[in-house]
Design a protein around this ligand. Sequence first.
Ligand code: FES
Length: 82
Amino acid sequence: MVGNADYTVIIGLCTHLGCIPSWAPSTMQFKCACHGGEFDASGVNTFGPPPRPMDIPPFKIEGTKLVLGEEGPEYKKLVAKA
Ligand code: FES
């Protein structure tokens, strides 16, 4: 959460064979058209052949700004849980 907004920071590639899943707002899921894989809004695999969640790129939060490519405490906390 940055300010009052929620964000999902993920590399949007399917962890099965690398297709690009589409966001389906009606079901709040990422759906992969290649082999039917599904991910929740956090990029966690929930159905089909994807073997693991989508990858999280390094990021940090500076006030209301999201900075990609640098490891902040929020990123380190997420990576430590995985
Ligand atoms: S590449 Fe996404 S389910 Fe196979």
